[in-house]
Ligand binder design. Structure first.
Ligand code: ATP
Ligand code: MG
Length: 224
């Protein structure tokens, strides 16, 4: 049985991209699009969502615990994902509730596998072991030039101290990691140019949702 057959009622969508690419900005738009079609939506964020996930989020953001061993960091992210799968994603999909994720497992491959150079395949192997074949049916990648994303985050931040210039080569690797995933899983990923004006990004995302909706999500999405 494929994942789609086992969760025939609910659909799992994720939005991925660099910090500042616009994920949180477009989520309400996607949510509205789903609700207009009569479905309930559950929003999740990574890491977090569950009681354990929120505690893990605190650990990951606690500067008192730095520097964290990079594999310890991966394990914390994947632990949060495992709890989300069990407590939220599977139960929602089984009840026909759509799940909309502000990042999910692909982010760990891009940020830790590529950004921290732990190796995409090693991170994926760990996720396969822990999470099994549970993937979003559709992943929207908001692809964004690092300098543009950086500029947006700088404008949004309350303190510029948080923004260290060394992070730019890191973000470049993360972007390449995301694009590599999109090339590897073309049936699941859709890449959108997130440097366009917001109205055009919305329009492109809507077009993807409409096209996917019309063609049916059972056409090979998921399990990749
Ligand atoms: N296409 C766009 N054009 C101009 N500004 C944008 C665009 N998309 C997002 N922004 C702005 O960029 C900032 C960052 O967007 P947002 O918070 O949605 O990014 P994010 O992907 O959720 O980042 P993070 O991963 O850090 O949470 C916001 O101030 C948002 O208004
Ligand atoms: Mg965000």
């Amino acid at each position: 049985m494929t994942m789609h057959e086992s969760f025939a009622l609910g659909v799992f969508l994720s939005v991925e991209g660099l910090d500042g690419s616009g994920k949180t900005t477009i989520l309400p738009h996607v949510r509205r699009w789903i609700e207009e079609r009569g479905h309930s939506v559950r929003l999740i964020r990574e890491p977090g969502g569950t009681k354990l996930g929120e505690r893990i989020r605190e650990l990951l953001l606690d500067p008192g615990l730095a520097p964290m061993d990079p594999w310890a960091e991966v394990c914390l992210y994947v632990a949060s994902q495992a709890q989300q799968v069990r407590d939220i994603i599977v139960p929602c999909l089984e009840q026909g509730i759509w799940v909309l994720a502000d990042r999910f497992r692909d982010a760990t491959v891009a940020y830790q596998g590529w950004g921290r150079e732990l190796g995409a395949d090693r991170v994926k192997d760990l996720q396969d072991l822990v999470l099994g074949p549970l993937f979003p049916h559709l992943t929207v990648l908001l692809d964004c030039d690092v300098a543009v994303a950086w500029h947006r985050v700088a404008k949004r931040a309350t303190s510029r101290d948080r923004l260290e210039q060394e992070a730019r080569p890191f973000m470049e690797k993360v972007r390449q990691g995301y694009l590599d995933l999109a090339r590897q899983y073309p049936q699941r990923f859709v890449v959108i140019d997130a440097t366009q004006p917001l109205a055009k990004v919305f329009q492109d995302v809507t077009a993807v949702l409409e096209a996917t909706w019309t063609s049916g999500l059972s056409g090979g999405r998921g399990g990749m």
